[in-house]
Design a binder for this molecule. Structure first.
Ligand code: SF4
Ligand code: SF4
Length: 71
């Protein structure tokens, strides 16, 4: 089963907690900034996501959503 990892980049504050907690290195901090001027998390390794949702749980701003592909 594959999962889709979606970060609401406009609401991300760039704390990088999700990057640190992900056991599969799905998330990384990018180099672009959002309209608030914050770096935001990107999902270059999304094909490795196991759907554990640890990133979504730890995100202080609750801006990560994990869904099953096709849902
Ligand atoms: S759900 Fe788990 S494996 Fe997928 S991006 Fe979040 S922490 Fe990583
Ligand atoms: S934990 Fe949330 S606020 Fe922090 S970098 Fe990740 S997506 Fe952004």
């Amino acid at each position: 089963m594959r999962f889709v990892v979606k970060v609401d980049t406009e609401k991300c504050k760039g704390c990088a907690l999700c990057v640190e907690v992900c056991p599969k290195d799905v998330l990384q901090m990018g180099h672009a900034v959002n309209s608030m001027g914050w770096l935001y998390a990107e999902t270059p390794g999304s094909d490795k996501c196991t759907g554990c949702k640890m990133c979504a749980i730890i995100c202080p701003d609750a801006v990560i959503r994990i869904t099953k592909e096709g849902d």
